[in-house]
Write a protein that binds this ligand. Structure first.
Ligand SMILES: NC(=O)c1ccc[n+]([C@@H]2O[C@H](COP(=O)([O-])OP(=O)(O)OC[C@H]3O[C@@H](n4cnc5c(N)ncnc54)[C@H](OP(=O)(O)O)[C@@H]3O)[C@@H](O)[C@H]2O)c1
Length: 488
């Protein structure tokens, strides 16, 4: 049975899209599993003047498609929610929030624990943090923790500024920076695969691995996020955070133990081996594209709220080379894009060839390389591709896939990423959140690419529904490789 967590959770941006689509359903599932039970209350805050009753209706609506719901549970769950109309730039409101927190703490027996969730535009994060400190919303008897959403800055300078403003109020061990990919089952499962299998652990290095490929493909376009996307693009939106975190999990040394300190130390060490690229190298190794009309879909530039001459990239492919001794000479090819033929997140480890095939002498086909493919989503599982003999009298070789896939019913019953991460924050486990140093290294790496592009590297168009720009294939062909999978 789950351990109950007592807390007063304050959600800044309580009327927003993230709160309704992700946070309330996740909190409900934690309630359903008994992590949240009696000793919790949630204060939702935003400017619009809602009543508590109306807020409870919003909570109930946000749970309409959730499993494990029934009218009585939803009513009881919603009764823990309190709405406070509040402009985060107005100091007076923080006094109201402070008094309400203390009152609810007493009423619900929340043991003096405070979890603050910033589910608003990042430009408000610094203001909120400094007001939490100046108006002293901190509890003296329990913990004070801050969950902060992405994007964490738009380059190194703004990320540092943001970090400094938060650190002026919270210590690093109180800050939980969300990268929801770290809450995904198969991302967490990657560490189990790597560090518990004697079949894999000893060969996870440059001597046996030819290249690594990471794909985060989306079939959707920019949807209603154009306002934000026009200021970000795929490099900032997907590579600096999700793809870099996946690289860390694939490439870091085995942590001394599975504790936040040791996992972050291993990631930190890995990221310290991310060399800052020269402008020439960045322009050579990083490809950017933007979707044009195709497959009955409009071009990015024709989407609502997008500038007709926008130079924002909706596709990125690149080659990451770590100067870590374990990985010297092993390219990590990454790609992410919108309006690709289908949605998939997968990681492919291509092993080196044996160099010798004794069956050559009997005229058989060439032995292919081995490959491990980890499916993160929507499928979850992995495939190990080995060489084997064809059925029959001759020594012909063919590839055999050893497959493992989670069943859809089990995936549906397992906690979703946000639920896992909120649960971790409630129990004080920072393993699956990012540290400032990780942000620092990855932004410095990304900034160099951005600067090279801004200096004139070209933006290629690709048809919506296609595989992306041909330059992404050439990037690998140049090194004698190809993408393990095209989205046919
Ligand atoms: N939505 C997602 O799926 C998603 C996914 C990943 C990350 N994120 C991140 O999560 C954060 C929130 O995104 P969102 O999509 O939920 O945004 P959103 O729908 O625009 O919500 C913004 C919230 O902020 C409140 N707000 C705005 N100005 C305020 C002010 N001056 N004082 C008090 N409240 C104010 C709004 O309510 P009022 O208008 O009533 O004040 C609303 O509740 C962003 O950092 C975003 O990048 C979102």
């Amino acid at each position: 049975m789950a351990k109950e967590q007592a807390s007063i959770i304050t959600i800044f941006g309580g009327s927003g899209d993230l709160a309704r689509r992700k946070l309330y359903p996740s909190l409900y599932q934690l309630y359903h599993r008994g992590v949240l039970k009696q000793h919790f209350a949630v204060i939702g805050t935003a400017r619009r003047p809602w009543t508590n009753d109306y807020y409870h209706q919003i909570i109930a609506e946000s749970l309409q498609d959730e499993p494990n719901t029934d009218a009585e549970s939803v009513r009881d769950f919603a009764s823990h929610f309190y709405y406070q109309s509040h402009d985060v730039t107005d100091s007076d409101h923080y006094v109201t929030l402070k008094n309400l927190s203390s009152k609810l703490d007493e009423e619900y027996g929340a043991e003096g624990n405070r979890l603050f969730y910033m589910a608003m535009a990042p430009r408000f994060f610094g203001t909120i943090a400094s007001h939490i400190k100046s108006e002293d919303l901190f509890s003296k008897t329990g913990y004070n923790r801050l969950i902060i959403e992405k994007p964490f800055g738009r380059d190194y300078a703004t990320a540092k500024e943001l970090n400094d403003s938060i650190r002026a109020a919270f210590d690093e061990d109180q800050i939980y920076r969300i990268d929801h990919y770290l809450g995904k089952e198969m991302v967490q499962g990657l560490l189990a695969l790597r560090f518990t299998n004697p079949l894999l652990t000893p060969i996870w290095n440059k001597d046996y691995i030819a290249n690594v490929q990471i794909t985060l493909a989306e079939s959707v376009g920019v949807e209603e996020r154009a306002g934000y996307y026009e200021t970000a693009g795929a490099l900032r939106d997907m590579v600096q955070n999700h793809i870099m975190q996946l690289i860390a999990y694939v490439a870091m040394e085995q942590p001394e133990s599975f504790t936040p300190e040791h996992v972050h130390a291993a990631k930190n060490k890995l990221f310290s081996h991310l060399p800052v690229l020269s402008a020439e190298q960045a322009a050579k190794d990083w490809v950017r594209g933007q979707y044009a009309a195709g497959n009955g879909q409009p071009a990015y530039c024709d989407e609502d709220k997008v500038d007709a001459g926008s130079q924002i990239e909706t596709y990125v492919a690149g080659k990451v080379e770590l100067d870590d001794p374990r990985w010297v000479g092993v390219p990590f090819y990454v790609r992410t894009g919108k309006r690709l033929p289908r949605k998939t997140t997968q990681i492919t480890i291509n092993f080196k060839s044996m160099g010798q095939n004794i069956f050559d002498t009997v005229g058989c086909a060439e032995a292919r390389t081995n490959r491990l493919t980890v499916y993160v989503e929507p499928e979850q599982g992995y495939t190990l591709t080995l060489n084997g003999k064809t059925l029959g009298a001759n020594y012909e070789l063919e590839q055999h896939d050893l497959d493992f896939r989670q069943q859809q019913a089990d995936i549906d019953a397992a906690p979703e990423a946000y639920e896992r991460l909120i649960r971790d924050a409630l129990s004080g486990d920072q393993t699956n959140f990012t540290r400032w140093t990780e942000q620092k290294y990855t932004w410095q790496y990304i900034d160099a690419i951005r600067q090279a592009w801004d200096a004139g590297a070209s933006l290629t168009k690709y048809a919506a529904g296609s595989n992306g720009p041909a330059a992404a294939d050439e990037l690998l062909a140049r090194d004698g490789f190809e993408w393990a999978e095209q989205f046919k």
